[in-house]
Design a protein around this ligand. Sequence first.
Ligand code: HPA
Length: 272
Amino acid sequence: MTRLSIEQVDRCAAQLLASGRRPRIAVLLGSGWSPIVQRVADPLRLPYASLPGFPAVDLAGHAGEVVMGRLGEHEVAVLCGRRHAYEGGDAAAMKGAIAALAACGVEVLVQTNAAGSLDASMRPGEFMMLADHINLVQQSPLLGETGSQRFVDMRHAYDPSLRAQARTAAARLGIPLHEGIYAWVLGPQFETPAEIRMLQRLGAQAVGMSTVPETILARHAGLRVLAFSMFTNMGCGLQDETLSHAHTLGVAQAAAPLAADLLETAVASLEL
Ligand code: HPA
């Protein structure tokens, strides 16, 4: 379990603020979404390793740095890389990062991920905005928190007003944007066909190994959340293919330019 002292969060926030930047939006990049970084104006790079409480990340395609800059008129902090619960069993691995961003005045967390599709109408290479999630792992990044604030209301985990704005941005670009429910599985193994059928019956349209802990952390910190999945594959057994991380990254790479268009426009046009 990640434990943080107030001093550690304050030190990290002070370091972020020393950059002179004042982001109100943080963007957390998952597999396939990193080309957005090239669209950040006036970039300033801060390695996670230099920021107290930020995690060590070591997965291919995850750089482990914060890029401060602008998307449209908005000052943003783009987080390149997350530490997943499957890497060390810690659902609170991103706690320090999110707490420090909140302490610096960040108000919105925009999350991105790669996911498997559970719905025949949502194809690899397409995008889904999260309308809700299922914490199937039933782990919480808030274990060890005290006080009444830990009983976070999750009714509007994914902010309805931000979602409406993202819907409009996607329509303007002509990028189809599905909406649905994301089920969090621990991984790192992919699901079995029986597990995929179970997730379908539970009412989920997407399955993935991230995002949910960070949404909980962000809501606990008072941030509003918007989240996008990029489908890299159909859920195991729904299509005759063998799943692998290389396959995920390959499809993600092909969809990356469109993902960057969607994310850039969605973030730049947000009215907070
Ligand atoms: N399952 C879980 N996580 C994933 C998948 C999947 O099929 N594809 C990308 N991330």
